[in-house]
Design a protein around this ligand. Sequence first.
Ligand SMILES: Cc1ncc(COP(=O)(O)O)c(C=O)c1O
Length: 383
Amino acid sequence: MHCFQLITDKIREIFGEQEKKIPLHEPLFIGNEKKYLEECIDSTYVSSVGKFVTQFEEITAEYLGAKKAIVCSNGTAALHISLLLSNVKMGDEVITQPLTFIATVNAISYIKAKPVFVDVDLETMGLSPSGLINFLEEFAEMHNDGFCYNKKTKNKISACIPMHTFGHPCKIDEIAIICERYNIALIEDAAESIGSKYKGQHTGTFGKFGVLSYNGNKTITTGGGGMILTNDEHLGKLAKHLTTQAKVSHRWEFIHDDIGYNYRMPNLNAALGVAQMENLDRYIESKRKLAMVYKSFFNENNIPFFIEPENAFSNYWLNVIFFKDKTERDAFLEYSNEHKVMTRPAWRLMNNLPMFKDCLTYNIKNAEWLEARLVNIPSSVIL
Ligand SMILES: Cc1ncc(COP(=O)(O)O)c(C=O)c1O
């Protein structure tokens, strides 16, 4: 209990807040948000066509070093389209990690593909390259069509979705090499890791597709929104087409040449996105400073605090501490939330949810270890 109070007192001190509840992650609007929103309203371009939509895509692609960025209504939609354009079909297997937010696995399920859960690394909390290779060596075989199949289930293994957990890059370069060797499409779930880099390269730009989220709890927000990233111009065009009802451009005719989706982002949200992008570097700098303050405090008090992995530059989206076991974790969650400091456990592992309990799950010891012990603590930008 003493240590619990020490932690919550420190968090209150850091956020300069003695009375009100301290949230896990608050949005921050300090720039041109109102100005750009007013521009939208004055121009009446509030819906899916407008200059901020194009601008948001262009500045994001440039900032991240991706050839194409395509805005979507949210990150889950962006994952769905990325899977469709990776040719994932009903009954195919898609490898991902059990320690992720439900959206990753929901998107796989929208196509009626089958999630396969492979372990994470303790030092990144993201998909483990060694776990992936062990799984593939045991289960995979290449067929004459050039694709990889699960020799036990006979299903095609068509994609792999690693996730950069809480903003920390996983060992994405190794994962990319393995996926290439087995001809498995790599889709990076970078929903939480905007601005994070691995070996100097932005997360979300290593695979066939990368996906970002601008949900209200993320480092920057558009209210709700997502982005598809790709270095393939052609796939980028197809992604734009599919997210906009597959409408063929014409001045007055309604021509649609595929089953498309209404996954567009309104100009209003994109206006917020452009304004938020203008402050992204500043936000990340502030979040990294906060992480260093946490680090020295937790080190002094012998409480394990998660620091960015080797070779990584992390946006420290949500900071993480560990308790010795689930009982202690739960006692801290109870204490801190009772004392108006918002804290959260990791997500329930996906393989333990009723919808996914029968999915192939391969040796997930690290994910189980992390799930039992980790707690997210307040991580908002402080200026
Ligand atoms: C890992 C992960 N994937 C996907 C998503 C989905 O994003 P959205 O909420 O924008 O649909 C989120 C966050 O919300 C996430 O944390």
